[in-house]
Design a protein around this ligand. Structure first.
Ligand code: GDP
Ligand code: IMO
Ligand code: MG
Length: 423
């Protein structure tokens, strides 16, 4: 049994919290794409854990955590994350594995990511600067370095020499930056080798056997549907496939192994970084929502842009990902608003669009039609039964369900594990 959990907006939907909640009933939690650009927050026992590469289900001691071949792994940030989590009391021994065919991010990827985004000037993407796009570029350019290369000292040295031959040319001749020494970098990174040797695995083989043996797998998506390289608001996207289909290629499992797809949506919308955002709120309420929802990036600390729930994109996400059920997070953040708006339709050139347009030029210029609903005043942080939610909050959930066309099974009303309501 494999359940894929994906974000239906622009990331930060609360996937980490939902994965943590679901992981109790699963044996394995596996990340399938993205890298340390992700920031997944879990609050448990009044302690806050922020996961960048480590799967968010790892707080459950029986859970095995996997980083699939679709993930790009920055050894420096990965081991820093492990050290910090170990300090917080997590024991990873024999229950964390990385795919031997996953690609690794090196310092030149991060520097190139930052330079390239800077050079775009006013057209910059606002990447996380974690070297994500540049690592995937090298993967497809076939000058990437994989975990299996990295753990073999001489292979690593040779591949690094080839890659730096190309990168140093760019740094020196084009960007007028200092170059990297193959020897120094190889030496510096040798400290991570032993640990990677212990963690490396043929993850596809391991997962397929585990699934056949009846073990339950959660595939953890990072980012969100509209940051997807193929279906998102290109070029304002990340460099991987967060959509549910990415779980197959990013873990090495066949499509028939996936038994369920769960979509996570915030009760409103946020976006961090540049790019079109039709339901973005342009007045003081933007800041009010940011404060109420503590909307600051878990990876970069940047303020997130806030807007109303956009049913057009979430409906598209439901179809594209084949979502079986939808989970709504952060409903509590909307408490106290007199009216709540929902984006229900796009108009472009005086014509109603029947769906989210893949063409970014069109998407940038849509006019959103809204529906207004009455808000509720009650604090709902402590509500644990669906019927105890204020009637107006339930009406809001009903309306979203109707507009998106997917069953809403669960509502989250706070960051802690227990602040969750099953419908
Ligand atoms: P992810 O990237 O999808 O895992 O989401 P992030 O962790 O980046 O951002 C979600 C933020 O909202 C985190 O700080 C969570 O602790 C918090 N959060 C998750 N669910 C809820 C909720 O239902 N209510 C509130 N108030 N906060 C939540
Ligand atoms: P989680 O998993 C929100 C955004 C960046 C930028 C764009 C490209 O926590 O939901 P990248 O560094 O990936 O090349 O940046 O994607 N972005 C995210 N936004 N949540 C994330 O992850 C994100 N990961 C990348 O802000 O706009
Ligand atoms: Mg996040």
């Amino acid at each position: 049994m494999v359940t894929v959990v994906i974000g239906t907006q622009w990331g930060d939907e609360g996937k980490g919290k939902i994965i943590d909640t679901l992981a109790g009933q699963h044996d394995i939690v596996a990340r399938y794409q993205g890298g340390a650009n992700a920031g997944h927050t879990v609050v448990y026992n009044n302690q806050k854990f922020v996961f960048h590469l480590v799967p968010s289900g790892i707080l459950h001691r029986h859970v095995v955590g996997i980083l699939g071949n679709g993930v790009v792994i920055d050894p420096a940030s990965f081991f820093q994350e492990l050290t910090e989590l170990e300090k917080q009391g997590i024991d990873f021994s024999k229950r964390l594995f990385v795919a031997e065919n996953a690609h690794i991010t090196l310092p030149y990827h991060k520097i190139l990511d930052q330079i390239e985004d800077e050079k775009r000037g006013s057209e910059k993407l606002g990447t996380t600067g974690r070297g994500i796009g540049t690592t995937y570029t090298d993967k497809y350019g076939r000058i990437g370095i994989r975990v299996s290369d990295f753990i073999n000292e001489s292979v690593f040295f040779n591949k690094l020499r080839i890659a730096l031959g190309l990168k140093n040319y760019l740094f020196q001749k084009y960007y007028k930056e200092s170059v990297f020494s193959v020897e120094k970098l190889a030496d510096e990174y040798s400290r991570y080798r032993k640990r990677f040797q212990e963690l490396a695995k043929d993850v596809s083989f391991y997962l397929n056997k585990a699934i056949d043996d009846g073990r339950k797998v959660l595939a953890e998506g990072a980012q969100g549907t509209f940051l997807d390289i193929d279906f998102g608001t290109y070029p304002f996207v990340t460099a991987s496939n967060p959509v549910s289909g990415g779980a197959c290629t990013g873990l090495g499992i066949g499509p028939k192994k996936i038994t369920k797809v769960i979509g996570v949506a915030k009760a409103y919308t946020t976006r961090v970084g540049m790019g079109p955002f039709p339901t973005e709120i342009k007045d003081d309420l933007n800041e009010k929502l940011r404060t109420a929802g503590n909307e600051f990036g878990a990876t970069t600390g940047r303020p997130r842009r806030c807007g109303w729930f956009d049913s057009v994109i979430v409906r598209y996400a439901a179809i594209l990902n084949g979502i079986d059920e939808l989970i709504i997070t952060k409903l509590d953040v909307l408490s106290g608003l007199k009216t709540i708006k929902i984006g229900i339709r796009y108009v472009y050139n005086n014509q109603i669009l029947e769906k989210y347009p893949l063409d970014t030029e069109t998407f940038e210029n849509v006019k959103v039609e809204y529906e207004e609903m009455k808000g509720w005043n009650e604090n709902i942080n402590r509500v644990s039964r669906y019927k105890e939610l204020p009637e107006l909050a339930r009406k809001y959930i009903d309306r979203i369900e109707e507009l998106v066309g997917t069953k809403i099974t669960t509502v989250s009303v706070g960051s802690a594990r227990e602040q969750i309501i099953y419908r």
